[in-house]
Design a protein around this ligand. Structure first.
Ligand SMILES: *Cc1c(COP(=O)(O)O)cnc(C)c1O
Length: 226
């Protein structure tokens, strides 16, 4: 039973890698320019280990506390792992997030910028930072509104001294993702940002075609979350 589950995840990872390579060929992109972030949220260490064994090194989690419970042991065994925070971050968790993560994909408000800047200076650690854009202007969703993005990015730099490297978006569930990826890429281009975190299990091929440098894929690798 366990063996079946383990080889399933490794096989699915292989398929995802094949699809990334194929999409990159079609888009005339170097596959090395696309980082696969394997989203392991809700899955236990036992489900993650076979994916590490299959060569995957970059993982994404959406909660600081869950990551703290799962990852220290895995990282001790595999010092070359990279861990990315892809979910919302509360300012009072900035200390733990800066200590634990190599990238934060969800920078979206001034109070969080202040907390991150303080911890980055205090800890001497600099996770890769992405600003999340709420491209669909969905009221329930985190992220900076597209019209506010340029001003927010300027404030990150000038007020908080933060180096933002890219943008992240999560298109509305019920809409075609392409216009949202295009908008995110456009905002990044005019702000001189080179990284784009966009694309999940259902739409990473489209995201790669629109220039994604980081795709966040959970279900297609680990299976459905309960
Ligand atoms: C869960 C999650 C993903 C992965 O979604 P899948 O559809 O399972 O690939 C990607 N990005 C974020 C922000 C998530 O929370």
């Amino acid at each position: 039973m366990t063996i079946t589950v383990e080889s399933d995840a490794a096989a699915r990872l292989g398929r995802v890698r094949g699809e990334i390579a194929q999409t990159c060929r079609e888009a005339n992109r170097d596959p090395a320019s696309v980082t696969l972030v394997a989203v392991s949220k809700t899955f236990a260490a036992e489900a993650i280990r076979p994916v590490i064994a299959a060569g995957q090194r970059v993982f994404g989690e959406n909660r600081v506390q869950e990551a703290q419970a799962k990852w220290p042991a895995l990282r001790a065994a595999h010092p070359d792992l990279e861990l990315h925070l892809i979910g919302p971050l509360q300012s009072n968790k900035a200390r733990d997030a800066v200590a634990m993560f190599d990238a934060v994909h969800s920078v979206d408000r001034a109070s969080l910028c202040a907390a991150l800047a303080k911890e980055i200076a205090r800890q001497g650690r600099s996770p890769l930072l992405f600003v999340e854009i709420n491209t669909g202007a969905e009221p329930q969703k985190a992220g900076v509104l597209p019209d506010d993005a340029d001003g927010f990015l300027a404030a990150c730099r000038e007020t908080y001294g933060l180096t933002i490297r890219g943008l992240m978006c999560i298109p509305p569930l019920e809409e075609a993702p392409a216009p949202h990826f295009a908008l995110t890429a456009k905002i990044a281009r005019r702000n001189g940002l080179e990284l784009l975190s966009m694309g999940m299990s259902a739409d990473f091929e489209t995201a790669i075609a629109f220039g994604a440098t980081h795709i966040r894929v959970g279900t297609a690798i680990f299976g459905h979350r309960s």
